[in-house]
Design a protein around this ligand. Structure first.
Ligand code: PFF
Length: 510
């Protein structure tokens, strides 16, 4: 008997937990600041309504449909939607992609636990410049010296054990229970920090124009000329994929634990709205206004452009060291990010667990043990070769490339091959809300066209240069190529298992 969610709020919070993550609090504000400020919200919301919401409903519906046959992952569900030899291999991305993201996501998540500990220890109170916080981060990562690395590694192991314990406990006792607790807590922490930010005024006496209000202006004043830049549209669509966790298979797996009559229209919409609230309202009110108030416009711009992680690990400890009760706010910030990361990382590992247990008849406990051992070994690679471009490389393939490809495939399979009328009925089965009819047109034509447009444009602009290693430092090339080879091997192993699983589940009776 497959497991089931025990409550509607449980699945909504689990999906929202997967969606709300580092993407909301770190990636979104830096993307918005770097891509036209307020004007970014136009392509952002267009992508939300034309890509995010439709893909969310499609994945919930595909997952629930597959669950009725006892399938929890894309390979054999795709095979049900389209009985063609190739479909299951397309579906293999839905197991491979999340696993690949998990390999580096969990390591970054463990830094947040480490930084929560250092916040309470008061370490950041002694750091007085950005150079010092950068130094500390490099030490923590073991890039410059290995002095702190043992502690880093202990926090990694701790994070790893926490993740696998939750997964081991299953859907009801593990994932659902954690999300019901962690999501409200992280929302409370984020609201407290946002209120603190809003009431900060202009904290640097010598620069009264560096105020929180001007920081909001800096983030939200629209630069409409950005809308003519296709890169901005691409960035907005990419953010929607990443933040909603769609296009990779995890929502399919979560939805496979629904029952036939469970609503998906309203639940999917609720989870997406919770994510948008956490992103636009909370995520948009913390780091950029704060960075502006402490470092001014050009400082904030520089921080926003220097990559999402810098913002979180470099400027925040410094800012918190300058405000009253900074230690507590710093702990809240890193711990809320840790919880956001945790509820996302467990969703990344669940597809592989479901694949082994549903399609090979292995017990959940055994599947978790096998995957725990395997992924622990693979994780060593990004840990020890972090500075060699390994994380960026995995993120490019699993976190960008396959995301768009998989989204396109699932959309075509469900809407065009399974058929829009059946798809529409499937989505509406048990629905507590009717989707306006014009959405049928959007899902049938606009979403796939939009995806083709993004795929084509993105292919020329980013995929080709990345494929040919443009911008990779010479000394990192062997590591990047080794990462590619490793990912290829992982994909081939999963595809071979998919073939076996198919043979097992669809035995031809002689
Ligand atoms: N949505 C998560 C975030 O915003 O941080 C990241 C993520 C989780 C992406 C799970 C993809 C995924 F399957």
């Amino acid at each position: 008997m497959r497991q089931k969610w025990t409550s509607k709020i449980g699945i909504i919070l689990a999906v929202a937990g997967s969606a709300v993550g580092l993407g909301n609090f770190l990636r979104f504000p830096s993307q918005a600041a770097a891509n036209g400020g307020g004007a970014f919200m136009i392509p952002y919301f267009i992508s939300f309504f034309l890509l995010g919401i439709p893909l969310m409903w499609i994945e919930w519906a595909i997952g629930r449909y597959g669950g009725l046959f006892g399938h929890g992952t894309a390979p054999l569900i795709f095979n049900r939607l389209w009985q063609n030899r190739a479909s299951k291999y397309f579906g293999a991305i839905g197991v491979f992609g999340p696993l690949a993201i998990f390999i580096y996501y969990i390591y970054i998540e463990s830094w947040l636990l480490g930084y929560s500990f250092y916040s309470l220890k008061g370490t950041f109170l002694h750091l007085s410049s950005q150079t010092e916080t950068v130094d500390f981060l490099h030490k923590y990562q073991g890039v410059t010296t290995k002095n702190l690395f043992l502690i880093t590694y202990i926090f990694f192991i701790l994070t790893f054990i926490i993740n696998f314990t939750i997964i081991y406990k299953g859907i009801k006792g593990g994932i659902e229970r954690l999300c019901k607790l962690a999501l409200p807590l992280l929302f409370i922490f984020a609201v407290i920090i946002a209120i603190r930010v809003l009431t900060l005024g202009a904290p640097i006496k010598e620069h009264l124009d560096w105020s929180i209000a001007n920081g909001f202006g800096f983030l939200w004043n629209p630069d409409f000329s950005a809308l003519l830049n296709a890169k901005v549209w691409l960035a907005a669509a990419g953010q929607i994929f990443f933040t909603l966790s769609v296009g990779i298979g995890v929502i399919i797996t979560y939805a496979s634990y629904l029952s036939k009559g469970d609503d998906i229209v309203l639940s999917g919409l609720t989870a997406s709205s919770l994510n948008a609230f956490a992103e636009v309202i909370l995520g948009g009110s913390i780091i950029i206004p704060l960075a502006f108030a402490f470092f001014g416009g050009s400082g904030a711009q520089e921080i926003a452009r220097s990559g999402s992680f810098n913002i979180g690990f470099v400027s925040m400890p410094l800012i918190f060291s300058k405000i009253n009760y900074g230690m507590i706010f710093s702990f809240m910030w890193f711990f809320l990010l840790f919880l956001a990361g945790l509820t996302s990382s467990i969703s990344l590992i669940e597809p592989a667990v479901a694949f082994l247990s549903d399609d090979f008849g292995i017990s959940r406990k055994k599947a978790v043990s096998i995957l725990g051992t395997l992924s622990f070994l693979i994780c060593q690679f990004p840990i020890f070769f972090l500075a060699r471009g390994v994380v960026d490389e995995i993120d490019f393939w699993a976190g960008s490339f396959f995301l768009v490809v998989f989204a396109f495939i699932e959309c075509i399979l469900f809407v065009w091959i399974f058929g829009i009328d059946k798809a529409w009925n499937e989505i509406h089965h048990g629905a507590e809300l009717n989707i306006p009819r014009f959405y049928k047109f959007i899902i049938k034509y606009i979403t796939p066209l939009f995806l083709i447009f993004i795929l084509g444009f993105w292919f020329f602009q980013q995929a080709i240069p990345t494929f040919f290693l443009k911008g990779v430092a010479k000394e990192n090339i062997p590591y990047v190529l080794a990462t590619r080879a490793g990912l290829l091997i992982l994909f081939v192993v999963i595809a071979t298992l998919v073939r076996k699983a198919h043979g097992r589940r669809f035995k031809v009776k002689k």
